[in-house]
Design a protein around this ligand. Sequence first.
Ligand SMILES: Cc1cc2nc3c(=O)[nH]c(=O)nc-3n(C[C@H](O)[C@H](O)[C@H](O)COP(=O)(O)O)c2cc1C
Length: 345
Amino acid sequence: MSLYQSVRIGSYTTSGNIFLAPVAGYSDAAYRSVCVDAGCDLAYSEMVSSEALIRDSAKTEVLLQRAANETEYAVQLFGAKPEVMAEAARLVEERWQPSVIDINCGCPVPKIIRSGAGSALMRDLPRLAAIVEAMSQAVSTPVTVKIRLGWDESSINYLQAAELAVAAGAKAVTLHARTRHQAYSGTADRAAFFRLAAAVPVPVFASGDLFSPQAALAILGGESEAEKNGPRPAAVMLARGAMGNPFLFTRIKAVLQGLPEPEISSLVKLAAAQRHFELSLQFYDERTACVEFRKQACSYLKGVSHGAELRNRAVHCNTPADYADFFAHWQDQAAAAADGTDSAT
Ligand SMILES: Cc1cc2nc3c(=O)[nH]c(=O)nc-3n(C[C@H](O)[C@H](O)[C@H](O)COP(=O)(O)O)c2cc1C
């Protein structure tokens, strides 16, 4: 049986089980759109402040826009006050009709933690449960949580956090299998995904070190006999692995379906980056789109021939005309690499 499968999250069923993680500063409508084109089944917005949302901040609204090909998406909220999170969820449901509303219980940034939100909730499980309960009562959209292993290695409590969240109404649990203390370093504890899948009656989504089709296969299919025969995560969630690399969705989907892994040429990469930039111009004013796209362009250039030189061009782009020059230059380099006239390859 194919490992590529739909997932039931409360009343909502996804098309498949390869998701895009919420990634602050990246997971906007333009990026989510290119990921959906590449095969992403459910894309999460970056984390949105519940406090800012109920004050109707224009900046927050930008984060919630969605692209034409995004018929479904998940919105992630952060906050520490159950009543504010519930009110924000109500607003999001009414105005944006997402398929899922997720609660951030993992952000390690000090400012967020000081406010009692993000991974601070891993140290205050009664509050985490109160937030889930208030939101679940406020909306009919399925409410989910994204947690970490715990605060640090001496306070691993993801099983307890997930059980309380599910009892309070959470319809799925994403585990980023690192502690708050680890932030994004070290390796994710993949065994924890299987322990969690065995412990809760809702789908578990795996986040952490999803950098290759093989990693996705090992999580969705299991590696050891015990993993293969026991409860397994229902979906994988890509974060750093998909930055400038939306084709990771395409490759994972093929491998899960038992098909050969497609080769992604440098010209296909270039076309995706150009599309991504065009979409950014639709969602932001020109200046913001040009400045914001610099980091995205650099992500696409990882592993590209003459990447350092192209990156240097990208970080100096200020206008759409600058980007047109940049893309033309990249195309020349890609063509030279393809016909063997490139001295760097
Ligand atoms: C720059 C950056 C921003 C992130 N922003 C968010 C966020 O807004 N909400 C969230 O739940 N996780 C956020 N994460 C965590 C990712 O969703 C993911 O759980 C984590 O990066 C582990 O996956 P990876 O090892 O495959 O990158 C962020 C990670 C990075 C690197």
